[in-house]
Design a protein around this ligand. Structure first.
Ligand code: ZN
Length: 327
């Protein structure tokens, strides 16, 4: 359910929005900018629902007809702008925003347009929308969600109220996951690994696929040091199966070697709070010398960088596997 009280870690943004509602100084266009999973959609929905609510002032009541139709996804005066193309073009803006804006709201105070991936709008689309934002009908409200604030034209940005979402403190995410009944050991792992992204933490914590990915990384890392070269190359197909999530998988590899290094350097398992793999880490630390562990860690980092720069997928990962396997 979309409501301000359900959103964590955005108190300052929500306070600003609520005081704009109270002082009737709502902007006609908002940009909520941040990584996927940071809660942009949730925030836009909570704002839209609150503004259309027939009872509540700064918090949607959840009970009125407006709130109920909003939750069902059929609110007559809230529109979700979408496209099946890679970017939002001027036609999409014309058909889904400018035309509907010509008529007054069906029943409620505003006509609200929630535009996902708004940073993919072409320059022509931004200019078309800009005209509407510059001379808005009193009922027009635009909530734009973006992952790359730099993609907007300066003239466009200057007409919008921009809120940029920051990563949450690890502790906030940990508390939230604990509240969801997730075990302490896992809470520490996921809150650390998600790097302040609450959506990512929740997705990973509830994902069987991610648990399997962790198992894959641990068993592959352990196996590699015992294999000869042809066998190492043969393991490429395991990584290939994770092609879509390869950066996440490599992050896990780095986390694994980091902890083995910590184990080796400190001889202390106290720091290894985020893995339920203390025995495996201990065995790996015993078997490998420190300089070679650092070299392996570096090889993963290089592979991550190569892939980000569109390096050859197979070649990059085979070279990495070779580095992880030797010594
Ligand atoms: Zn309501």
């Amino acid at each position: 359910m979309a409501s301000f009280s359900e959103i964590i870690g955005m108190d300052s943004i929500i306070d600003i929005l609520k005081s704009s509602i109270l002082s009737q100084k709502i902007s006609h266009a908002y940009i909520f900018d941040g990584q996927a999973g940071m809660g942009k959609t949730m925030l836009a929905k909570a704002l839209a629902k609150t503004l259309q609510c027939e009872e509540g002032e700064t918090e949607a009541c959840g009970l009125c007809i407006s709130c109920r139709t909003f939750e069902s996804g059929n609110h007559p005066d809230v529109f979700y702008v979408t496209t099946d193309k890679k970017s939002i073009g001027v036609d999409d803006i014309r058909d889904q925003v400018i035309k509907p804006m010509e008529t007054r709201p069906y029943r409620y105070r505003y006509k609200i347009f929630i535009i996902g991936s708004a940073d993919t709008m072409t320059a022509a689309a931004q200019n078309a929308l800009l005209k509407t934002i510059e001379e808005p009908a009193a009922y027009g409200l635009f909530l734009l969600l973006s992952e790359n604030y730099n993609a907007f034209l300066p003239t466009f940005l200057s007409r919008c109220a921009v809120f940029r979402m920051k990563p949450l403190p690890e502790e906030d995410i940990a508390n939230y996951l604990t509240g969801k009944g997730i075990k302490e050991e896992q809470v520490r792992f996921y809150s650390g690994f998600s790097q302040g992204n609450i959506g990512k933490a929740l997705r990973l914590a509830s994902s069987q696929a991610f648990t399997e990915m962790r198992e894959t990384v641990v068993s592959l890392a352990q196996a590699l040091r015992r294999l000869d070269m042809p066998e190492i190359f043969a393991r490429f197909h395991i990584l290939e199966a994770y092609k879509e999530d390869i950066q996440e998988l490599l992050d896990l590899f780095m986390l694994w070697y980091r902890d083995v290094i910590v184990m080796k350097e400190t001889d202390n398992t106290r720091f290894l709070i985020q893995w339920d793999k203390k025995n495996e880490i201990y065995a790996e630390a015993q078997a490998t010398d420190l300089s070679s562990l650092y070299r392996k860690f570096d090889a993963i980092w290089q592979a991550k960088r190569n892939l980000k720069q569109n390096g050859n997928f197979q070649l990059t990962l085979e070279m990495m596997l070779l580095s992880l396997g030797s010594g």
